[in-house]
Design a binder for this molecule. Structure first.
Ligand code: OOG
Ligand code: NI
Length: 454
């Protein structure tokens, strides 16, 4: 084995993300246009703010995507597929609260090093089949999905093979990437006939999208942008039809969590019954951009959720003005309650921060108090970037891309257990991951200063 060229999970992820981006660019040319806009804005913003090389390198390739799966079996295999690329399920997102018959997790790398190497993530939703109210239709949907295999036979073999490797040969990895890509490809034909498609769509458009096709086409890829307000304007100027408002918090000096906007899903030609019944139309695929800010602690997140809920209630009151005008103003007013300077954010414990040693020599006496070390300039801190998703924003993105009115679904209790059983493992708690990065950075600093933290 010694002469065989091998590769790493980080390397496979980077190459897979790049191959997927190339494929999606060919499938949806507007996505290519979006990449150009984002790249220009990022360049301008970096020039203006003087971004570090680390940020430049990361942002250039940073993307997330999304797929929607139908069965527990599909989710269990997708977990194994993503594990090969060093991606693990983080967080639980219940979307039934927003009237959508799915729940979800985000697959992503876990450590700072892996994220810096390539931060590719995928939002994976799973259909909650019990949300198909009509029993006959529910049984039919289950039957249709039990007959499909969203992975190529060779992909399944390669997953088995790579799982048992201590080192992954580069040639095996290359073949795996090509086979895995097939699961994410768009199909212009459905496996179901028009009548079935219509009944699934009547139950919920998302159900038709999940059940009708041979595979869970990637429905968007999202590049990260450093100034989303500038990018939204540039998108509109270039003729892309965007959502009215940007999801998430308002613009801030110290950005928090995630702000997202998208261009609306395309109406695409499809043919039913494996191509025998032509002239259908389907909406699933769109383009999205996002700006990432700092990861909030539970305390910070509670404050965020509270302020967002107040702003949503206020926006919902009719004023006669369009939401594109009202929403940003109300959002900004409500979020005046969220401190926007790093000192207060740190003192109130609202966000996770990474500590570094700035002036080791400034230390005059052994002080263990990080606050004092920050005040005296010995330590510096910077925000830890939020690497996950937001359920309310995800719901907004889903809804803006679904055609027509949807029949109501049950606002059931969230069901993390069922999702985890389907996955075959627990999802990682995102707060725990950020906390670990913060604590390690503090411990490193204290050690460098010769101050033990215990
Ligand atoms: C996923 C929508 C959620 C995000 O960025 O929050 C999402 C979907 O439409 O399948 O991608
Ligand atoms: Ni997205």
């Amino acid at each position: 084995m010694s002469n065989v060229e091998t590769t790493t999970r980080d390397g496979i992820r980077a190459r897979f993300a790049s191959a997927l981006s190339d494929m999606y660019q060919k499938e949806v040319p507007q996505y290519g246009k979006l990449l150009e806009i984002v790249s220009t804005i990022n360049q301008e913003t970096q020039d203006r703010l003087g971004a570090t090389q680390d940020i430049q390198k990361r942002v250039e390739v940073e993307r997330h995507g999304a797929i929607r799966l139908g069965t527990a079996q599909e989710l269990a295999t997708i977990r194994r597929l993503f594990a090969i690329m060093g991606m693990q399920p983080v967080g639980y997102y219940d979307l039934t609260i927003a009237g959508l018959p799915v729940h979800a997790t985000g697959f992503r790398p876990l450590t700072s090093d892996a994220l810096q190497s390539n931060p590719f993530r995928v939002f994976v939703s799973l259909l909650r089949q019990e949300q198909i109210r009509d029993e006959t239709l529910r049984a039919k949907a289950a039957d249709i999905m039990s007959k499909r295999n969203i992975f190529t036979p060779r992909c399944l073999e390669l997953i088995d093979e790579i799982e048992s490797c201590s080192e992954i040969p580069a040639s095996t990895a290359q073949e795996f990437i090509a086979e895995a890509l097939e699961t994410f490809r768009w199909h212009e034909t459905t496996t179901v006939d028009l009548a079935t498609y219509k009944s699934l769509e009547a139950a919920h458009p998302l159900i038709a999208d999940i059940v009708s096709f041979r595979g869970p086409h990637i429905n968007h890829l999202t590049p990260r942008v450093l100034d989303i307000d500038a990018a939204q304007t540039a998108m509109q100027r270039s003729g892309l039809k965007t959502k009215d408002v940007i999801e998430g918090p308002p613009p801030r000096k110290w950005p928090i969590l995630l702000r997202q906007t998208s261009f609306l899903a395309l109406e695409e030609q499809i043919a039913f019954s494996n191509g025998r019944e032509g002239n259908g139309k389907h909406r699933a695929r769109f383009g999205e951009i996002e700006q990432r800010g700092m990861a909030l602690t539970r305390k910070g997140r509670d404050l965020y959720d509270r302020l967002l809920a107040i702003s949503q209630k206020t926006v919902a009151k009719p004023t006669g003005e369009s939401s594109a005008n009202v929403q940003p103003r109300i959002l900004a007013q409500c979020f005046a309650g969220f401190p926007d300077d790093l000192k207060t954010i740190r003192e109130e414990g609202l966000a996770y921060l990474k500590y570094t040693v700035r002036e080791p020599d400034h230390i005059s006496q052994p002080l263990l108090d990080v606050d004092v070390l920050i005040e005296s300039g010995v330590l510096a801190c910077e925000p830890i970037i939020y690497e996950d998703f937001l359920p309310a924003s995800a719901a907004g993105i889903f809804q803006s891309n679904l055609r027509g009115g949807c029949s109501a679904i049950d606002k059931t209790v969230s069901d993390q257990d069922t999702l985890e059983k389907a996955l075959g493992c627990a999802v990682y708690d995102e707060f725990g991951l950020y906390e670990k990065v913060e604590q390690e950075s503090r411990a490193n600093c204290l050690q460098r200063l010769g101050l033990s933290s215990d």
